[in-house]
Design a protein around this ligand. Structure first.
Ligand SMILES: *Cc1c(COP(=O)(O)O)cnc(C)c1O
Length: 352
């Protein structure tokens, strides 16, 4: 038996999966109980009266080329949030297995685990060392119950990159024992190349990518899981058969043309420049204790009086994110980098 079928939940390994209506676009569809007519005003390419193609071939091809992996290593999901959920559901038995997270980090890993009834094992990042990964503590905490280690780099909400070599060493140490999932939602804003280029050598490594951040397509809900082909095949049985809507498929294909990707590169460069400017400006404000270096499209800052800073932002009609629920982040607020004029408005509100 393969390491994937040893590691995954037995019920999922043996699950047949739903036999979706066959996708043969050259034939007339009298097999899926759809209406034969489009609605007036339906200007989609395929017609919204039709079910979309499961894991649409053209979409998978486009995403695989964007992320430079073979098609068999990519599962398209409704945002990377869905990939997180699928991983936990397929690999963690309720009441028995666990995931490992390194707080302060993205909250969805723990939420997905709790929904599934899996335990959450926490190994904090080293706050005193710019939130570096505690590699030895992670490995020491990986009991046989831990099936998935979630690492987020650049990390949300602290903004720092985790050391690539440390993540790969963890993957190597846990080979055959647990998946190491590296969430790269913000990697486009960082100087770092994706760890997906190491998938061949680290079969238990999974990488999460999303179109929601750098590509400006949060509303389309389109994420990608990059992983061993057997992990992809297993999760393809768990994801609902028509998960990716036709509207998303058509929008993504249209908006990921080479000209668009060029424009994305320019916008990312603009956000990075603005991030450095805003980080310095916020650090100089009265009442700001500290601003952490960020490789993402947000900054994290610690305030002497975070409630006052929140209230002042709101009075200027601006929302920033309160991070004080993380015990490691007293007085911390997370600010997404906006346009130059939005950022200027925030700085004015806080300078007052
Ligand atoms: C925003 C975010 C995501 C979720 O992205 P979707 O693809 O929109 O679901 C995943 N991970 C992290 C760390 C994020 O901040």
């Amino acid at each position: 038996m393969s390491w994937v079928s040893e590691l995954a939940r037995r019920e999922i390994v043996t699950l047949a999966g739903y036999p979706a209506a066959a996708w043969e676009p050259e034939l007339t569809r009298l097999h899926a109980n759809e209406l034969p007519w489009r609605n007036p005003g339906d200007d989609s390419h395929a017609g919204l009266n039709r079910y979309p193609e499961p894991q649409p071939h053209a979409l998978i091809e486009r995403l695989a080329s964007l992320y430079q992996v073979p098609r068999a290593r990519l599962l398209a999901t409704r945002g990377s949030d869905e990939a997180i959920d699928l991983l936990v559901r397929a690999f963690c038995r309720a009441g028995r297995d666990a995931i490992l997270v390194c707080p302060p980090t993205f909250g969805m890993y723990a939420v997905a685990a709790r929904i599934q009834g899996a335990c959450v094992c926490s190994v904090p990042l080293r706050a005193e060392e710019e939130f570096a990964l505690d590699e030895e503590a992670v490995l020491a905490a990986c009991t046989p119950q831990v099936k998935i280690v979630f690492l987020c780099s650049p990390n949300n909400p602290t903004g720092n990159l985790l050391e690539s070599e440390a993540m790969l060493r963890i993957a190597r140490q846990l080979a055959g024992r647990a998946l190491v999932v590296v969430d790269e939602a913000y990697v486009e804003f960082s100087p770092r190349a994706s760890l997906a280029r190491h998938l061949d050598r680290y079969p238990n490594l999974c990488v999460l990518r999303t179109l929601s951040k750098a590509h400006g397509l949060a509303g389309a809900r389109c994420g990608s899981l990059l992983a061993d082909a057997e992990v992809v095949r297993l999760l393809a049985k768990v994801i609902p058969p028509y998960a990716i809507t036709q509207l998303t498929v058509e929008a993504v294909l249209r908006l990921l043309e080479p000209a668009q990707l060029n424009a994305t590169g320019l916008r990312v460069a603009q956000i990075r420049a603005e991030r450095e400017r805003i980080a310095q400006a916020v650090a100089r404000l009265p009442g700001v204790r500290r601003v952490w270096a960020s490789a993402a499209n947000f900054i994290l800052a610690q305030f002497a009086d975070a409630s006052l800073a929140l209230a002042r932002a709101r009075a200027a009609q601006l929302l920033v994110r309160d991070m004080r629920a993380h015990p490691e982040l007293p007085g911390a607020l997370r600010v997404t980098i906006g346009t130059a004029s939005q950022n200027a408005r925030l700085l004015r509100a806080w300078a007052a």
